[in-house]
Ligand binder design. Sequence first.
Ligand code: ADP
Ligand code: MG
Length: 709
Amino acid sequence: MKTGRLVTVPLINDKIFILGWIVSQLFIFCSVMLHLSQDVEALRGELCRKDEECREQERRLAALEQQVQERTGVIVQLQQQLEEAARRRQELQLLRDGEETLSRQAALPLQVKYVTKTVEVESAQSKQALIEAQAHNQALQEQLSVQRQLLRELEQQLHESQRSSSQLRQQILVYEGEMERAQGQLEAEMQSLEEEKNRVIEEAFIRAESEMKAVHENLAGVRMNLLTLQPALRTLTCDYNCLKRQVQDFPYMLEKAITEAKQEICQVIGEVSSANQELLRKYKREMNLRKKCHNELVRLKGNIRVLCRVRPVCAGETDAADTKNKVTFDPDDDAVLYLSNKGKLMTFELDKVFPTQATQEEVFQEVQSLVTSCIDGFNVCIFAYGQTGSGKTYTMEGVPEDPGINQRALRLLFSEVSEKKPDWDYKITVSMVEIYNETLRNLLGDNPSEKLDIKMCPDGSGQLYVPGLTEFTVESVEDINKVFDLGHMNRATACTNLNEHSSRSHALLIVTVAGFNSSTGHRTSGKLNLVDLAGSERITKSGAEGSRLREAQCINKSLSALGDVINALRSKHSHVPFRNSRLTYLLQDSLSGDSKTLMMVQVSPLESNVSESVCSLKFAQRVRSVEIGPSSSSRRQAENSSTSSSPTHDGVEVQRHKHTHPQVFMSENNNVFETFTHNFPSVTNAVATMHSLFHFSSSPVHIYTVIYV
Ligand code: ADP
Ligand code: MG
């Protein structure tokens, strides 16, 4: 069966090709014939039109002949009238002759008188005869006058007849001229039509002849081909019969093949499903491995990654003193930043530094692995830290045409979860919260001024929850935009000046990603907290009072608490002071355990902001460089012993000096970079104030704070 198929297939292909060629030739022949018949049709139409024209000319000729006949009749009538008139003239002539005779007889009066007298005299008979003659004469006279009258009338008639006859003759002449002209035209037209007709017929005939010749030639070629194709057709028929037999056998073969294929498929499915089971087992193992690796990586990298972003000088900041660039970068090391402070160059080392020209996209690329890890069930916190105006909101929220981390993170989550479909089904929910003066406000709720509380779950799991916190499920970018708009609107309605208010409150976007794998039954739940912190600037400079002072104390308290919590976590302290602020308490779940935290320290490049920039960078370095184990504590001891100080208070050295007013100098490696002149009531108070200002209340730090009293 197999070999038969191998031989016949090329043969069939050849024959199909030849048959195709014949069919194409026949098509050409048919199209030529069609073309010819169209030409003949056109010629026939032309002929009909010409015939119609001829008939029209004939009709016109007949009408003209009719007119001629009518005019001939009129002429015959006129001739008859003429003859009648001539006959009357003859009669008239006769009458005239009679009259003349009578007048001549009348001219012989004597003879008649004599006769009369003779008659009178001679006989009554003659008299009678005379009377009669006279009567007769009278009658003749009357007849003569009648005849004269008649003659005059006839003469008149004759004149009129002659006039009308000459008019008619003239008319006849005109008509005859017209007729001749029309006939001449007709004949000329007939002649030209005849010539045209003959010419068209001749042309058509010639064309048809040449086309017919071509068609005949084609036909001869086709015939020849047909003759040559006949054997091919025979073999085709033979092949067809062979194929027919094969087709008849096909159902049986098919059935056999299907049964075999079914068996094979069943076998393969069995193999695949066992391979699948194996893969699933491996996948689960790999997932666990990946999580372990991730945890290991996080452990190696440190729980906290600290990045720094320096914002560019904005268009409005053209003050000559300010535009001097106080921040410089290391071209070979993107983790180092130099700050020129009072003529001294300070070096700060972080995990990564984004220079002024870094784009939102570049910043997001650095944090996107954290964002995606919350799909795997990790809790993530991203903080933007820095003084007011350093670019925290720009980095987190961005501008509509160039969005920041918040919107990019949600877009990335959407695209990642859609890639994981259909195995994984994810639900992404969003909440927005503001912490102002240590109170929590629900920015997506119906009543934004309502204060929220943080409570422990009653199920005993130790988890925290916020009763009444509004959560929106988001599925698209449009949903995110709606949620952001609502949050902004609620934030704006609760305060008089949004800019000021937002710089004194923490804004949190809490994204929860809950996933379910229908094939494995796996469930994951990760939380992404995106926090735009309140401005970190110190109040000591502004010397605020009243509500502003309270705001600043609340901000200091929460930022210090954040620093302490991070420190305690990094140092693996048994007690982590989450409860010291609303912010750390709310984020407790997301800061502890398997969580990941990223601190984006925002810095302004302006000279007037240098001291705040130093503070922010000090905070960043402290957060980053907190280390556990004896090595760091031994280093700290070594550092402490390098200064001639006493007594030691939580890593802060206090020195007594002969100054009248208490003064605080901040220094590093004996370089003083900040001086404070305040009336601190006591050294303890000074130390506490300093720590609160630098948002680090209890832990040992790398810098030295020296207080001279
Ligand atoms: P913050 O939230 O820290 O108070 P903002 O984010 O409001 O500061 O930034 C202050 C100003 O600087 C805004 O006008 C902002 O548009 C601008 N800005 C901040 N960072 C950048 C940047 N990376 N590129 C361009 N403009 C920036
Ligand atoms: Mg802001």
